[in-house]
Each structure stands twice: as structure tokens, then as C-alpha cells.
Design a protein around this ligand. Structure first.
Ligand SMILES: Cc1cc2nc3c(=O)[nH]c(=O)nc-3n(C[C@H](O)[C@H](O)[C@H](O)COP(=O)(O)OP(=O)(O)OC[C@H]3O[C@@H](n4cnc5c(N)ncnc54)[C@H](O)[C@@H]3O)c2cc1C
Length: 264
């Protein structure tokens, strides 16, 4: 989990937009400096409009990296995300990044990667699976949703899905799906879990992995302002090495954290 060393603040042209699900759009942004420095797990902080409102930038995981471009996958939940999802090709936005730390794919404590995501939490998994593939590490994407229209699997390889209502894939939640794969496709391997999704799902997953001594990294979310440790807006409570709660800035110490820090 390394910190990014090169951060750029650039005006990036939106070169492509694709609607991929209810309220979810993937935008391609031309920003070679950020694309060159980005690692899976990093995020960018985007000023979604040149107007004064929304004043603060909005954080988004780097979904994929192309030739001088990055993709972000955005779910429309409020004013800022709706403006971004509706942005026209050819317009531009200010993008600060890459920010935060990245997933630890070279930790040597695993030989198979379980990429567990829920809802828009799928956003960082495409970039992550590409890195794992380049390292020759086997992986599986376990993608969960409440119902089939929540499943965002576009572009991902080797996917297994779950829905709470049984409308597609495994009938149950994504942690039950993980348990199934640990006992079948990953049996006899040394797994590591990489996860992103709603915080309650991540908390349950952190406990599940801790109880089984499975290494686990989580990409957490919090409301975030500056993204670089100045505004103190993204303070979260995590366990320290002694299991005692401490306040940390998610933009600086995260967004990727060791799952053991999120077990209670
Ligand atoms: C490190 C990080 C990476 C993220 N990556 C992605 C991503 O790849 N794709 C994506 O669609 N979203 C991502 N998010 C969440 C995204 O930043 C928020 O949804 C966005 O800031 C909301 O802005 P808004 O102006 O549309 O919403 P607002 O109008 O400000 O608020 C609308 C609603 O969204 C809630 N909200 C606001 N900020 C957040 C937040 N950070 N997390 C969850 N709920 C929030 C508010 O409480 C409110 O209920 C990420 C957040 C973080 C911290």
C-alpha cells in the first residue's frame, strides 16, 4: 500500500462517456500525467463544474487507465455526480491525482486474489485485475448487488455474481459467495481479498477474513473535501495495531486499508 509520489492538477478533456447501468456512467478523461502515475486503488478529486457550485471537488476511484487517459465510473447520487454523468464529450474538468495509496498486489502472502465488490464498489476492480494479470496472479471477481440491475460487471474478466433477491447469479450476499469460492475454486490456495463497496458490507467482510486469517485490503469511502490532508473532512475511526480506535484521514492513510483496522 504505497503512497502516490506524483500528483498533478490538470484540466482534462472528456473524450468519451458511456452509460453502463441505471444512473452509472463511465467517463474517459485525457490526463497523461495522472494516467502515467496511477496505481490500482488510487483516486482522483474532480471539480465537476467550472461554476462556483458545487464548490468542493468530488473523489472517484481510477477505474481504468488507457493511452494518456483515465476512466472513472460514476454513480449519480447527488448534484456533483449528476453534473459529471451528464457532462458532454469535448468539455473539460479539473482533475487532481493520483491521490491516496494503492492495493498491495506484491505482498507475497497470497497466490490467488479474490476481488470482492458491491454496487459502485466495482469501480477500482478493472484496473486492479489488469495489474494482477500482468503479475501472473490468478484472480476472480465476486460482484454483489441487491438485484440484477445493480451488478456492474462490464469489462471485468472471470466474474461470479450474487444478488440478494436471487434475480441473477448466486442467491445471497457477496460474502456468502466468497465463502463458496474459498471452499471450491480457491480451495488449497493462499487467498487474499481485495474489496470495495458499502461500508457495512466491508465491515462484515473484514470480520469474516479476520476470523479465518485471510489477508484483506478494503477501499473505504467517506465524505471527502480536499483529498490531500488539509481539510480534515475525511476523518474515520480505525483500529490501530493494539486494536484501539484512532482517528485517521482517509485521503492520506487510505483509501485502501488493512481489513484488520475495520473489524469493529
Ligand atoms: C476515495 C473515494 C472514492 C470514491 N470512488 C467513487 C467512484 O469510483 N464512483 C462513484 O460513483 N463514487 C465514488 N465515491 C463516492 C463519491 O465521491 C460520492 O458519491 C460523491 O462525492 C457525491 O457527490 P454528489 O455531489 O453527487 O453528492 P452530494 O449532493 O454531495 O450528496 C448526495 C448524497 O451522497 C452522499 N455522499 C456524499 N459524498 C459521499 C461519499 N464520499 N461516499 C458516499 N456517499 C456520499 C451524501 O451523504 C448524500 O446522501 C468515492 C468516494 C471516495 C471517498
Amino acid at each position: 500500500m504505497l503512497q502516490s509520489s506524483t500528483i498533478a492538477d490538470v484540466r482534462a478533456k472528456i473524450t468519451e462517456t458511456r452509460t453502463i447501468g441505471a444512473d452509472v456512467t463511465v467517463l474517459t478523461l485525457e490526463c497523461p500525467e495522472i494516467a502515467a502515475a496511477a496505481k490500482p486503488g488510487n483516486f482522483v478529486n474532480i471539480k465537476v463544474s467550472d461554476a462556483s457550485q458545487p464548490l468542493l471537488r468530488r473523489p472517484f476511484c481510477i477505474h481504468n487507465v488507457g493511452n494518456g487517459t483515465i476512466d472513472v465510473m460514476v454513480k449519480s447520487v447527488g448534484k456533483g455526480t449528476t453534473l459529471l454523468c451528464d457532462a458532454a464529450c469535448g468539455t473539460s474538468v479539473m482533475v487532481l491525482g493520483p491521490l491516496g495509496n494503492s492495493f498491495g498486489t506484491g505482498t507475497g502472502d497470497f497466490d490467488t486474489a479474490m476481488l470482492v465488490s458491491g454496487g459502485i464498489g466495482t469501480a477500482p476492480m478493472l484496473f486492479l485485475e489488469r495489474k494482477l494479470a500482468a503479475q501472473g496472479i490468478p484472480f476472480i471477481n465476486l460482484v454483489g448487488g441487491r438485484t440484477r440491475t445493480d451488478l456492474l460487471t462490464r469489462g471485468l474478466s472471470n466474474c461470479s455474481t450474487s444478488t440478494d433477491d436471487g434475480s441473477e447469479g448466486f442467491h445471497g450476499n457477496v460474502i456468502e459467495l466468497l465463502k463458496h469460492h474459498l471452499e471450491t475454486t480457491a480451495a488449497g490456495r493462499r487467498p487474499k481479498v481485495f474489496a470495495c463497496g458499502p461500508n457495512p458490507m466491508l465491515k462484515a467482510l473484514a470480520k469474516f477474513c479476520a476470523n479465518r486469517s485471510i489477508p484483506c485490503e478494503l477501499s473505504l469511502e467517506s465524505v471527502m473535501g480536499c483529498g490531500v490532508g488539509i481539510c480534515y473532512g475525511c476523518m474515520v475511526e480505525l483500529n490501530n495495531a493494539d486494536g484501539v480506535k484512532e482517528s485517521v484521514l482517509l485521503c492520506k492513510e487510505g483509501p485502501v486499508i488493512d481489513g484488520r483496522r475495520f473489524t469493529n
